[in-house]
Design a protein around this ligand. Structure first.
Ligand SMILES: [Zn+2]
Ligand SMILES: [Zn+2]
Length: 287
């Protein structure tokens, strides 16, 4: 597997190939609520200021929150940060509207486990045709006959703040929606909340599809699904598109190597300079 990390999933406890696609009503409703709000936004005026504010907030949330705080820090333990910072970044990730932190972590573990297995359902590896894959990633999931056992560390699973975020992740949009409305009315609310969340949800899955299907790849023997390195996608997804690197060095804080521009890593470098990121794992150094 290329690394010595003991994963949270017991590898032999489930069957990654035997399952059926199921709609997830809550997930689908949330997505279509965001689509409905976006349609209203697109029908209204296209003012550059709220659009730029929405794009800026999306970039900060997805880079610092989702990629660095949730994915690299909480899920993979790629570095250590003070608890207030870790929680702040995870909150920023939740503001992207992709789900609660504990369920996103569990989904990530199960997906990674399935991809490491010699056989897995095509949903786990984004192996269906593009639009079919996008649809099932956005509104459903694979229900396995034998789901694997997952063991999440108590300091994450029992953390009151993460449990609160897990329960009320959708409601985290409310303070932002209220602020946007008070500042610029309905137009600002629609661009900053539903449009930003819908674009984040779709882009997340588009990156997942591309990074598991196209581009340079050094395969890991025995894995049913491989990651690929996509320079342009990597650049635009704050490092997440260098997915072959991530498969090979899943605990590395740095996803783009050499000249691969990795905005998330730049943010971690700033945190390191400020003394806020320590024990940073890199290939050959704990990853
Ligand atoms: Zn990962
Ligand atoms: Zn992957």
């Amino acid at each position: 597997m290329g690394h010595a990390f003991s994963h949270r999933v017991d590898p032999l406890s489930g069957d990654a190939a035997d399952g059926v696609l199921k709609m997830e009503p809550a997930k689908a409703s949330w997505f279509f609520l965001m689509v409905a709000g976006s349609v209203l936004a697109f029908a209204g005026p296209w003012n550059p200021v709220p659009i730029a504010a929405s794009a800026g907030l999306a970039a900060i949330g997805l880079c610092c929150g989702h990629s660095v705080g949730l994915h690299r820090l909480l899920i993979h333990g790629a570095f250590q940060a003070p608890s207030w910072l870790e929680r702040g970044l995870v909150w920023l990730a939740v503001l992207c509207g992709l789900g609660g932190p504990l369920s996103l972590l569990r989904h990530h573990e199960v997906r990674d486990w399935a991809q490491r297995m010699p056989e897995s359902h095509p949903w786990f590896g984004h192996a269906m045709p593009f639009f079919q894959d996008l649809w099932w990633q956005l509104v459903g999931h694979v229900s396995l006959k034998r789901a694997p056992k997952i063991q999440v560390e108590a300091w994450i699973q029992q953390d009151p703040f993460y449990r609160w975020l897990e329960r009320y992740w959708m409601l985290q949009q409310l303070p932002l929606a209220l602020l946007a409305y008070l500042f610029g009315g309905l137009e600002w609310l629609l661009w900053l909340v539903p449009v930003r969340v819908m674009v984040g949800l779709i882009m997340h899955q588009v990156v997942g599809h591309l990074a598991h299907n196209y581009g340079p790849c050094e395969p890991i023997p025995g894995n049913s699904v491989q990651g690929h390195n996509l320079p342009l996608v990597g650049l635009l997804s704050f490092g997440e598109g260098y997915h072959n690197n991530h498969h090979r060095h899943s605990r590395s804080a740095r996803l783009g190597f050499g000249w691969q521009v990795d905005a998330g890593w730049m943010f971690i470098r700033v945190l390191m300079a400020l003394g806020l990121a320590e024990q940073v794992r890199l290939p050959g150094k704990g990853a």
